[in-house]
Every structure is written in C-alpha cells, then in structure tokens.
Design a protein around this ligand. Structure first.
Ligand SMILES: NC(=O)C1=CN([C@@H]2O[C@H](COP(=O)(O)OP(=O)(O)OC[C@H]3O[C@@H](n4cnc5c(N)ncnc54)[C@H](O)[C@@H]3O)[C@@H](O)[C@H]2O)C=CC1
Ligand SMILES: O=C(O)C(=O)COP(=O)(O)O
Length: 526
C-alpha cells in the first residue's frame, strides 16, 4: 500500500510502515492544490494538525482507504466526507495526553504568575518587581471544560497545587468524575464558579465559540482562561475585549482560530495574554509515541482487521467478531432481497433484531442490511462505513430496534421496507453455526436458502396454480431447485417461493403474471 505523510511526523512512523512493506512518501508542507493533485495515488494519508483534509481533497482521493492522524484532534479532517467515501479515519488516543496536559498546567502557572512577561522584561534588563503581582492557586477553583483524557490529567495534576477541581463534560458519568475528585456541574455553573478555566474539549458544533461575550459575562471578575484545546472554541475578539476591560485577568493560549497566527489576531500585543504556537504536543516523547502508535494501528488494521483509534468505523469494528459473520452475510442478503421485493421509492427501512446474542450487534447488522439494499438500488461503492450516510442522502429513514418477539428462533433479523406503494418484510435466521435461511416473508412463515435466482409470488390458495407456474417455467426450460409454500387458510392466500437452478430471463415473469391466481411475482437475484 502507498502511504503519504504530509506533516512533520516523527521518522519512526515511516520506518515501521516501510519495514512492513508499505511504500512511504513524505511530503511536508504541501499546498491544498499540490495535495489534491497527488492524493489519488495513495491508499493511506497520515497528517498532524497542519494539513487540512477537506471535502474537496477527499473527493479526488479515489484510492484512499484510511486517514491517520498522528495526534488527538481530528477537526482538520472532514470526517463526514471521509465517511461518505468509506474512508476510515483514525487518531492516536492517549499518545500525546501527558504532554498536552503538562503544557496546559504550565500555561496555567505561567499566566497566574506572569512568568513569560516578566522574563521578557528581564531580557531587556528591566527589574519591575511591583508590576508582576500574581495570583496563588491554592484554594482556588479550577473549572475544566472537557473531561476527556487530557482534561482529567490536568485536573489531577492541579489538585496537587491545592486547587478545587470542578468541570463540565456531557459524556462523563458523575461517579467517574467523583472518583477523580472532580465535581461535575452544568456548563453555566462551571463557568460561574471558576477562578481559573482550562479548556480540553474537542472542537465540534457544541464547542465552537463556547467562550464568547455571553459566557464570559457569567464568569467571576478576574478569572483566568487557558485554552490548549482548539482555536475556534474561544472567540478571540471577545476574549481580547474582556482582558482589556479587566473582566478576565489573564489568558494563555496554545491554539488559534487561524494557524499559523496572523498579524491581525486581536490578542497580539495584549500584555496579559500568553501565547505559544500550538506546541502542547511538541515533546520528543509525545511525537515518538503518536508516530509509533499510528503506524502500528495501520499495520494492525491491514494484517488483523483491527480498528484501534478509528473514529468513524464502529460498525466495521463490530463486524470483526467471527461469530457475527454469518449474521452479516444473512443481513446483506436480506437487504438485497427486500430491495427487489418492494417497488417504488423507498421511504422507511426498519431493522429489527431479536435474541440476546444479536442485541449488541444491531448497529453493524443495520449497516450490513443497508449495504445489501444500497448495492441493489444505487451505484457506487457502499461499505459498512458509508452505508448509513448514503441511505440518509437518498432520503431513506432508517430505524434499528431490538425486539422481544423472536418467532421461536434463537436469533432473528427482520427487515421491513415501506415504499410509496407498499410495505414488505423479510426475516432470516442462521441455523446451526452458519446455515443461512430466510424464514418469513410478510405474514408468511416459509423457509428457504437465500441464494441464486428465486421466484416469489403471492397466489390464491386453490388447486392448479403451482402446476401452471411449473408449466410456464418448463416452457422456458427452467429447472426447479426447491419450493417453499406457506398459506393463510382463513384468507385463502398463499406465498410461494421457487428457487431456480438456471439463469433466468426476466421475460418469464410476463408468463407467470398471466397465470390465473398469481399476484405480484418477483424474480430475485441473491
Ligand atoms: N494543543 C495541542 O497540541 C493539543 C490539543 N489537543 C486538543 O485537545 C482535545 C482533547 O483531547 P483528548 O483529551 O485526548 O480527547 P478526548 O476525546 O479524550 O476528550 C475530549 C472530551 O471533550 C468532551 N466534549 C465534547 N463536547 C463537549 C462540550 N460541548 N463540552 C464539554 N466537553 C465536551 C468529550 O466528551 C470528551 O470527553 C483534542 O480534541 C484536541 O483538539 C489534544 C492534544 C494536543
Ligand atoms: O493532537 C492534537 O490534537 C494536537 O493538537 C497536536 O497537534 P500537532 O500534531 O502538534 O499539530
């Protein structure tokens, strides 16, 4: 596989990949146009934060299978575009946690005691002891926004300075925070109680512009703010105003809305602001760790289908369990069949799983059903990564659910498709270890193998229908492999499934349609 490394990733990454047979090219500082012109030649792209892997880059990346981020934040990668194209995105969780946390702690101390500013004066032989009155940390409240890997490490380290630690993170359970001596609060309480605020959330829709005029207003006067997470979380114009007015006593930032920093950044020249050029992860240790980690994750993915660090491929990860594989094969077949059973524009697709085993796999089962379904109804490469996004694009409303009703099968998968014209359902089960069976269509229980060419029709439950269908098949020289019949005695209706040995010309359907008592025949290829 061909790998392109575009940012300054430690050499260990390229070396490990080369030793494992990858063809590695390192091209640091590529412009957007240069990247677009070469990307189609590569299957793997490895970046840090400088390379912006935007949707237009991904659009032309026809051979790309994986984007590796040697670091934590993936906001420089358009994950949605990658997901649509079926490209795996992975980062290196934990690789730079300690370095980033230590930098944030350093920034906190530095801003509380004006260390860089005082040092800069000393270099000019100025001794201004009075000017640099600082603030003590002991007994003060540190509010941590984003209690992921880095946020927690910062909190625990600052507790050693006698700080009270509180924080906000929508994903963290309260008990988990309590174990680390962090009081979990609402966002506004976290902001209100803070003497110092440190930000460690990812940049996402909920954190964009999180620290702005309105949120600064609810903070205590004289608060200090540290941001070593991402530019864009703090509104730099509002922060500059708040520092000038004295509302915010000081700020320390490692990350900026525009990087590298631009000369009209509103924070430049404000004495109470400390800035570093996105170096929180720039330690020898962190860079070696993330470089090795991303290379090893890639080798693991290629050799053993493991998806360590993947941020957009949970379905593929689940699909690796050997015991689920027959169910995925069945699910794809059910998707293929339901697409051919129903007519007109599809509107809703329901995937119901039952049985204790399948319960934890409902997400990947749904992805497999969608893959089978979309392979029939539209062009393009569909895989477990992009199936849900593709279904959404075509306006299909997909619901996955666990159901108790199992119709006496230990594990059962049912797929229901509602179109503008009809509603059809097909259900399947795995018998023994790997025997795939369709076990129901609509209200009829019927068992047959989902393979080859299958004629399915509804018919009146009366003598002679099957014989006449048999004659029509015979006329075209078609051999019947198996027949499954099921009937609703009360309504005198039946469903017939005939598996055929030979390749069938669809014209046979015209003959079948003419048979008295047959309705909506379908010829399905699985
Ligand atoms: N300056 C630098 O060089 C570095 C910066 N970073 C930044 O730090 C971020 C965090 O890194 P990790 O701790 O490793 O990631 P993580 O994934 O372990 O933690 C991120 C946390 O943010 C939380 N979060 C998401 N939305 C939130 C919201 N609206 N409010 C509060 N919390 C929210 C998540 O629930 C999660 O717990 C990265 O996404 C990256 O942007 C990371 C490493 C180095
Ligand atoms: O890992 C992260 O999220 C970082 O921000 C580090 O960025 P970098 O790899 O140093 O460009």
């Amino acid at each position: 596989m061909k790998v392109l490394i575009t940012d300054n990733v430690n050499k260990d990454c390229g070396e490990i990949l080369s030793q494992n047979g990858y063809e590695v090219t390192e091209k640091a500082k590529l412009s957007k146009d240069e990247l677009k012109s070469v990307i189609k030649d590569y299957e793997i792209l490895i970046v840090r934060s400088a390379t912006k892997v935007t949707s237009d880059v991904i659009e032309v990346a026809d051979n790309l299978k994986l984007i590796g981020r040697a670091g934590a934040g993936v906001d420089n990668i358009d994950i949605e575009a990658a997901t649509r194209k079926g490209i795996i995105v992975m980062n290196t969780p934990g690789g730079n946690t300690v370095s980033a946390a230590e930098h944030a702690c350093g920034m906190l101390l530095a801003t509380a005691r004006n260390i860089p500013q005082a040092s800069a004066q000393m270099h000019q032989a100025v001794w201004d002891k009075k000017k640099w009155m600082g603030a003590e940390l002991e007994g003060k409240t540190l509010s941590v926004i984003g209690l992921g890997k880095i946020g927690r490490e910062v909190a625990v380290r600052m507790q050693a300075f006698g700080m009270k630690t509180v924080g906000y993170d929508p994903m963290l359970p309260e008990e988990f925070a309590a174990k680390m001596n962090i009081e979990l609060l609402t966002l506004s309480e976290t902001l209100k109680q803070a003497d110092f605020i440190t930000i460690h959330s990812s940049l996402n829709e909920s954190t964009k512009n999180l620290i702005c005029k309105e949120t600064i207003e609810i903070m205590k006067d004289g608060v200090y703010i540290v941001n070593c997470a991402r530019g864009g979380i703090v509104n730099e114009f509002d922060l500059a105003e708040a520092i000038k007015s004295g509302k915010v006593a000081g700020a320390a930032l490692d990350v900026f809305a525009q990087e590298p920093i631009v000369s009209d950044n509103p924070l430049i020249g404000i004495e109470r602001v400390i800035m570093t050029p996105h170096i929180a992860a720039s330690t020898e240790e962190a860079q070696v760790k993330v470089a090795i980690q991303i290379a090893e994750q890639i080798v693991e993915w290629k050799n053993n289908h493991r998806l360590n660090g993947a941020v957009n491929a949970s379905a593929i990860e689940l699909a690796q369990a050997p015991e689920v594989k027959p169910f995925l094969s069945l699910s794809e077949k059910l998707g293929v069949m339901i697409a051919q059973l129903a007519t007109k524009k599809p509107k809703h697709l329901n995937v119901w799983v039952s049985g204790d085993f399948l319960r934890k796999f409902s997400e990947v089962i749904t992805a497999a059903v969608l893959k089978g379904f979309l392979d029939v109804v539209q062009e393009g490469d569909i895989n477990y990564i992009n199936a849900a996004a593709m279904a959404n694009d075509m306006g299909l409303d997909v619901e996955q659910r666990y159901e108790k009703e199992n119709f006496d099968y230990t594990n059962l998968i049912r797929v229901e498709l509602e179109t503008e014209a009809c509603k059809r359902m097909i259900g399947g089960a795995v018998l023994g270890a790997k025997e795939l069976r369709v076990v129901m269509i609509d209200k009829f229980l019927c068992e047959f193998k989902p393979e080859g060419q299958i004629l399915i029709y509804n018919n009146q439950d009366k003598p002679g229908v099957l014989a006449r269908v048999g004659m029509a098949l015979l006329k075209r020289g078609l051999n019947i492999a198996s027949v499954a019949l099921s009937r609703d005695e009360e309504k005198k209706e039946a469903l017939t499934v005939i598996s055929l040995d030979d390749t069938v010309d669809t014209e046979v359907l015209e003959d079948i349609e003419k048979v008295d008592g047959v309705f909506s025949p379908r010829l399905i290829k699985v």
